[in-house]
Design a protein around this ligand. Structure first.
Ligand code: ATP
Ligand code: MG
Length: 360
């Protein structure tokens, strides 16, 4: 009898700038991969959410956008933001408009230095950087609370309030401890700034100590975020899984990606660990208008996202094959200019498909 083919509904949201370039190549690779394996199928629907739509309609996504998203098994997102729209508008109208309401509270960002791919760090050996950064994605510094008074006067005041809830901190902490436990080194570093920020950050410290009791097999420590930047650069091997707030991990994950090679390789998964809502997978980098249209955008971050997405929906074998192919191709020196190579976005995708064909 013919085997049943598992089917998943995937929303693709290419967005702005290099978003469409990296997402289109990734979808091509995903289609080839599924044809080669023949055990599952991704059914893509493209959504036109982004700055072009905003300029026409005044909205980055339609009013029923979240309901639309909920009909999918997962979303693959490119980038949002354009030079002529203030970033806080595009970010809040689209990205944060999805993360909060869908309760995609865990943002997972794996970072590795692939063999032979130059790191920013001089002494890094292949594999020295092998981290998973876990970013709290639903509250904290990006909760949007605050406001401005006395506008236009020298007495103007702007407040930007961070809100940390016990529930919110505990769920991300538990999630991070689980990830640390699932990895060979079982090592977690909790990043805070509890010397200077004496409410929310102290809550983080307390919750970490509390949750740690349920994970006696995980070795964990605490780091202040300033010292953490130094440790990432100076002692990359001492780190494995890292958890922190929305703002801190936003910053540290750009640093992590750059240390490992390029901002163009860092993937991020916006997960709803309860699986009530579809999770959304997007590269860490932005719309990068300086290289848009040149055909040189590095698609590794988005391909890595695609691999994370496959793993999340249950296609673990396909996920592993895809990531291995990407890693192998980069390690052969076939990579985009940001990693020191000379192939374009599309050529890179084709090389990955060839590598997959050889392994399967
Ligand atoms: P945003 O405001 O959305 O973060 P941005 O343009 O400020 O966008 P990025 O888009 O992350 O920031 O780009 C920062 C730098 O990294 C740019 O110089 C860009 O060219 C480079 N860059 C980003 N993504 C890639 C990529 N996929 N491949 C190659 N270079 C990239
Ligand atoms: Mg940026």
């Amino acid at each position: 009898a013919a085997k049943e083919i598992r089917t998943y509904k995937i929303a693709s949201i290419p967005g702005d700038g290099i978003g469409p370039e990296v997402v289109n190549v990734t979808i091509d690779v995903l289609k080839s991969l599924q044809d080669i394996l023949g055990t599952y199928k991704l059914d893509f629907t493209e959504l036109d959410w982004g700055t072009a739509r905003y300029k026409k309609t005044g909205k980055y996504m339609p009013a029923d956008g979240l309901d639309t998203l909920k009909t999918f098994d997962a979303g693959l997102f490119g980038a949002v933001g354009a030079p002529d729209v203030p970033d806080h508008i595009s970010l809040w109208e689209l990205l944060l408009a999805m993360r909060g309401p869908l309760q995609l509270y865990a943002n997972v960002r794996p970072v590795k230095n692939f063999p032979n791919v130059p790191s920013l760090l001089k002494d890094v050996q292949d594999g020295d950087i092998d981290w998973v950064l876990v970013r709290e994605n639903s509250e904290g510094e990006y909760c949007g609370q605050g406001g401005r008074t006395h506008r236009g006067t020298p007495w103007e005041i702007a407040t930007e309030v961070s809100v940390f809830t016990h529930v919110g901190v505990e769920r991300i902490m538990r999630f991070a401890f689980e990830i640390a436990r699932s990895r060979p080194r079982k090592l977690l570093t909790v990043v805070t700034k509890s010397n200077a920020m004496r409410h929310g950050m102290v809550l983080w410290d307390e919750v970490a100590a509390e949750v740690a009791k349920d994970f006696p097999d995980v070795k964990w420590d605490k780091m202040l975020v300033d010292a953490m930047t130094v440790r990432m650069a100076a002692k990359p091997k001492s780190l494995d899984t890292i958890v922190g707030t929305n703002l801190h991990m936003d910053i540290l994950s750009d640093l992590a990606a750059a240390l490992a090679g390029s901002i163009g390789i860092a993937a991020s998964s916006n997960l709803d660990p309860t699986r009530k809502n579809p999770s959304i997978f997007e590269p860490v980098h932005g719309s990068a208008f300086d290289i848009t249209g040149k055909g040189v955008a590095n698609p590794v971050a988005t391909l890595w996202c695609a691999s994370e997405m496959l793993a999340w929906i249950g296609e673990k074998e396909a996920a592993a094959i895809l990531l291995q192919a990407v890693e192998d191709i980069c390690s052969q020196g076939i990579c985009t200019p940001d990693l020191g190579g000379n192939v374009g976005t599309i050529e890179f995708g084709q090389a990955v498909v060839q590598a997959i064909e050889k392994t399967v």
